[in-house]
Design a protein around this ligand. Structure first.
Ligand SMILES: [Zn+2]
Length: 358
């Protein structure tokens, strides 16, 4: 709504003309943007949802965007940072009109990798569906940009994906409390949780697998979306929650202290058993926020299933994998230990941003 005022680069045309009926040119504004949804409209137009640095999430109409000759057409692909010129909101839907459009930061390594595309789709869809339109959220824009940059330069890790989710929730004022119990059965509990305490860094590398620790699958703690954070064992027994073990509590506290970039370099990465717990908890929080299933999550699940199936078939044939099918140069194998592997859960699908064409 107040978008224009916040735009980083103000329009060249002071325009002023408030009334569309008049001759005065509509005011325009230049912004940086990511396409997070694109839908065909009428014969040759496209309605595109953008996450911008200055205006937040906005919907724009791209006239003639489906005609190949228009420069816009090639420019409106997802997973590239664009510079676009928007002018006067038009029509009864009050859509911005898309003018000039060009790519200013591309991420070819994402485009070249299905797991990365899936993850980029997840990041895009979560950002798109967790923010309101016309509400400037420059930090969300930067988070999305940083996630793409990290995927361009490296292999996404489980910790990075969890840090993305935690950071987004923090930006939106919904960060889960991971240090004190949020249980409120009789009264606010507030018990200090886990091995944090004393400022003495808890080693993110200190995770042990259930086998190592000898603790089969003991999950006395909990995560409560309704309460907005972690539960101590006492409260977890009495409140609805997602069960967590002490390793997950430790991981939550570690991730909470890291930026996404820091988490991306955390070694070793979160163990799968720990990551799975955080993923379920954070996804529950995110789904509660967006209020509907995320297509990108379903897509990632499908990738995982396909991969499992392929693995089973491969082992059945006793192949020693001279040629891993989906592994081309620059691609992230869905299952490498790195991260997006089976971690594919983290990934999400591209469709969210591409949407469109249907
Ligand atoms: Zn408690």
């Amino acid at each position: 709504m107040t978008g224009e005022r916040n735009s980083s680069k103000k329009a060249t045309k002071p325009g002023g003309g408030r009334r569309r009926s008049g001759k005065a040119p509509a005011p325009s504004v230049d912004v940086q943007a990511f396409v997070v949804r694109s839908t065909d409209y009428r014969d040759s137009d496209r309605i595109v949802t953008l996450i911008t640095n200055a205006l937040g999430k906005v919907s724009v109409i791209a006239r003639g965007a489906r005609k190949a000759k228009r420069r816009q057409a090639g420019c409106l692909a997802p997973y590239s940072m664009l510079k676009v010129r928007l002018s006067g909101r038009v029509g009864h839907n009050r859509l911005w009109h898309l003018g000039d459009c060009r790519t200013i930061e591309a991420y070819p390594n994402i485009q070249a990798s299905l797991p990365k595309l899936a993850l980029a789709g997840y990041f895009s869809e979560v950002c798109r569906d967790s923010v309101a339109e016309h509400h400037p959220e420059p930090e969300v824009f930067q988070l999305l940009r940083q996630s793409f940059q990290l995927m361009q330069t490296g292999t996404p890790t489980r910790a990075m994906v969890r840090a993305f989710e935690m950071t987004l929730l923090r930006i939106l004022g919904l960060a889960p409390n991971v240090t004190h119990c949020v249980g409120t059965i009789d009264q606010a509990c507030g018990a200090l949780l886990g091995p944090i305490v004393s400022g003495g860094e808890t080693e993110p590398t200190g995770y042990s697998t259930p086998e190592q620790s000898g603790s089969a699958d003991v999950r006395p703690y909990g995560f409560s979306t309704a309460r907005g954070g972690l539960l101590c064992p006492d409260c977890a027994r009495r409140e609805p929650c997602i069960p967590l073990d002490d390793q997950a509590i430790l991981a939550f506290q570690s991730i909470d202290r890291l930026s996404m970039a820091e988490a991306a370099t955390m070694r070793p990465d979160l163990p799968e058993t720990v990551n799975g717990q955080l993923r379920v908890a954070l996804l529950d929080r995110i789904l509660d926020l967006v209020g509907h299933p995320l297509k990108s999550v379903l897509f990632i699940e499908k990738l995982k299933l396909d991969k499992m199936k392929a693995n089973m078939e491969q082992s059945d044939e006793g192949h020693k994998g001279a040629n891993a099918p989906s592994q081309q140069a620059g691609q992230v194998p869905i299952s490498t230990d790195g991260a997006p592997s089976d971690d594919t859960d983290d990934t999400e699908r591209p469709p969210s941003s591409q949407g469109g064409a249907s």
